[in-house]
Design a protein around this ligand. Structure first.
Ligand code: AMP
Length: 142
């Protein structure tokens, strides 16, 4: 199964923020959308960074004054991405090696979706269940 298959069911909507948004507003957006990360983009949907709840927690550990800071001061600027053609295994490997749970999808240098570890686990479970069903059907035919 590919990233394209995951996104065909999940949709390609991604919550994005500009670099100068306050961290306090990012926290509100994460809570409102029930998500763990937002992608930082420019006006052309090019990726400039990613901010996850982990970055927010690290910032807050420095004191409540961090809430007045802006996205750019806490985002990870070197973002690892994937494309529609990557497989679940490719995505799982990239997340495991990078120790993160979000992978923005890029097409033609622009943001085209996002895959979270939850999406990957769900897709993998469905794949395993489908294979087991096929195996049971094959054995029943014999
Ligand atoms: P997460 O596990 O996604 O909450 O992220 C953990 C840390 O990795 C945070 O510092 C994020 O900014 C960073 N991060 C999340 N996703 C990516 C990604 N695709 N590429 C690079 N860094 C990331």
């Amino acid at each position: 199964m590919t990233v394209a298959a995951i996104l065909s069911r999940k949709g390609r909507e991604v919550v994005t923020v500009p670099t100068d948004l306050s961290i306090a507003t990012v926290i509100q957006m994460l809570a409102e959308h029930r998500i763990g990360a937002v992608v930082v983009t420019d006006g052309d949907r090019r990726i400039l960074g990613i901010v996850s709840e982990r970055d927010v927690v690290r910032a807050l550990a420095r004191g409540p004054g961090a809430l007045d800071g802006v996205v750019e001061s806490i985002m990870t600027a070197k973002v690892v991405t994937c494309t529609d053609r990557d497989t679940i295994n490719d995505v799982m490997t990239r997340m495991t090696e990078g120790r993160f749970r979000h992978l923005p999808v890029v097409e033609d240098d622009r943001l085209a979706g996002i895959v979270s570890i939850g999406d990957v686990v769900k897709a993998r479970i469905e794949q395993v269940e489908r294979e087991a069903d096929e195996m049971r059907a094959y054995i029943a035919m014999a």
